[in-house]
Design a protein around this ligand. Structure first.
Ligand code: PHE
Length: 479
């Protein structure tokens, strides 16, 4: 353990050595940026060399739209320039001249330049207002409340709360400041110092080698631990692990799963589409034709969706929205029955994040392709899978997915808490037949993070990814 303070920490202590309360943002030290200052302050606080008060502050930052206006001119700024030259202008003419016409007009009206018989008349009072708005965008921290709230409403500025630290050196700090002047104590021995014997003349910063200063071993992240447990359950049951890709063609992610091209799940609201300049080649271009034929005309006695399929839609790239895409590709390439397959991988959804939703999360995906795959074997499997993880009480309820029939959602109950963990079902013939499969497939896709909050008795999926090191060091498996 290092004892004492480094040069950065020394500089901060030196800055506040007169003993008054100083806000962190007012600390200015040569060659130290805000981040370096913040980390020095955190260190000094953790060692008890400073007293710290926190006060909730608001911080304003400019949005992309705000930046655009700052560079190219605000709409009303452009309008007033024209107006100043012309003294008066017809609305229709102004409309032709500027692009954000509506925004310009409504803001000019706010500054007292209102249209009169279809004409705008110049008035210099507006210039002052516009100047204020511009300077507010340039320096939001110095802006008055009224302009601030206007710019927030116009989405040109956004507000963020943060805790500002106000610090003051204490006795321990003063002592360490005197003891560990880095001009006297050095913290690095160099080879040349050893060679030329000058190390004998320097004072080295002491190290505290006392092990009770807290040596800690490393361990698995709780989510990794859970993932490994789940993998071993699958391996014990004779499953093979599959791997897929973050970026997929909609042909695989959706079309081959018989999800119609106008299905709401394909919406931009739910799905992240990806684009690239990279000249990519599709691995199995034939699947587009296969999917088109099933979507348009069905297969055997199954009628299909009966709409006009768009091949270009199939070539769009998405961040995969589920790992069922892994199953589909795997089975297309491995048609010999039986297959017992699983993957535990990340998926992406355009989701508002809350206690049970993340925009990036993992799915436990599995499928069994066998002549024995049926609803009852699926139900048995779901119960057995969760039982092995310690969850005895699960509920299977009817549900709907475009690619399974019947479909079931899995709900786990723990201490009176019920949480939906995912979907499952038997793939429809419109999915299995085009893949070239002869027997039924049961499949499921389950949320890993939601399972993890039950497993670790947390209340919020976001807690799994916070870096609360105390929890990471001491998490217990509660089952
Ligand atoms: N893919 C579905 C989802 O992401 C889950 C599922 C998998 C449903 C397999 C049925 C069969 O929610």
């Amino acid at each position: 353990m290092e004892k004492g303070i480094s040069r950065n920490e020394y500089n901060v202590l030196n800055f506040i050595k007169n003993g008054s309360w100083v806000s962190e943002s007012s600390i200015k030290i040569n060659n130290m940026d805000d981040r370096m200052i913040a980390s020095a302050v955190s260190y000094l606080e953790s060692k008890g060399y400073i007293d710290v008060k926190r006060s909730l502050k608001k911080y304003y930052y400019i949005t992309d739209e705000g930046k655009k206006y700052l560079e190219n001119g605000l709409p009303e700024e452009i309008a007033i320039k024209i107006l100043k030259e012309r003294k008066s202008i017809a609305l229709d003419e102004l409309k032709e001249l500027i692009s954000d016409y509506k925004i310009a007009i409504s803001n000019l009206a706010r500054y007292g330049i209102k249209p009169n018989n279809g004409l705008l008349n110049y008035n210099d009072a507006a210039l002052e207002k516009i100047k204020m708005i511009r300077s507010c965008l340039e320096n939001p921290q110095e802006c008055d409340m009224e302009t601030l709230s206007l710019l927030k409403r116009r989405s040109l500025l956004r507000e963020k709360n943060y805790n500002e630290r106000i610090i003051k050196i204490n006795d321990a700090g003063l002592k360490i400041l005197n003891e560990f002047n880095p001009d006297i104590y050095i913290d690095k021995l160099t080879t040349s110092m050893l060679v030329n014997n000058s190390w004998k003349n320097v004072r080295l910063r002491p190290f505290d080698l006392n092990p009770d200063a807290g040596l800690r071993g490393s361990g698995l992240h709780p989510l990794t631990y859970l993932t490994e447990r789940i993998r071993s359950i699958f391996f014990d049951l004779g499953f093979t692990e599959m791997h897929g890709h973050f970026v997929e063609y909609t042909a695989w992610n959706m079309d081959m799963l018989f999800i119609p091209q106008d299905h709401p799940a394909r919406d931009l609201q739910d799905t992240f589409y990806a684009s690239t300049d990279f000249d990519y080649k599709m691995e199995n271009p034939e699947i587009i034709e296969i999917a088109k034929s099933v979507h348009e005309h069905g297969i055997n006695k199954y009628p299909g969706w009966g709409y006009k399929f768009d091949e270009n839609e199939s070539k769009k790239l998405v961040l995969r929205t589920h790992t069922t895409v892994n199953t589909i590709r795997y089975l297309y390439n491995n048609r010999k029955s039986p297959q017992y397959i699983f993957s535990i991988e990340k998926v992406f959804r355009h989701e508002s994040v809350d206690w049970k939703h993340l925009a990036e999360f993992h799915q436990i995906e599995g499928a069994v392709y066998s002549k024995d795959a049926s609803l009852s074997t699926l139900k048995w499997f779901m119960r057995e899978f969760y039982r092995r993880l310690g969850f005895d009480d699960i509920k299977l309820i009817p549900s709907y997915y475009p690619y399974t029939e019947p479909s079931m959602d899995v709900i786990v109950k723990v201490n009176g808490r019920e949480i939906e963990l995912g979907g499952s079902g038997i793939f429809r013939p419109e999915v299995t037949k085009p893949l070239g499969l002869k027997y039924p497939v049961f499949a499921f896709g389950l949320g890993l993070e939601r399972l993890a909050i039950l497993y670790y008795k947390l209340n919020d999926v976001r807690d799994i990814y916070n870096s609360d090191s105390e929890w990471l060091r001491s998490y217990k498996i509660n089952l």
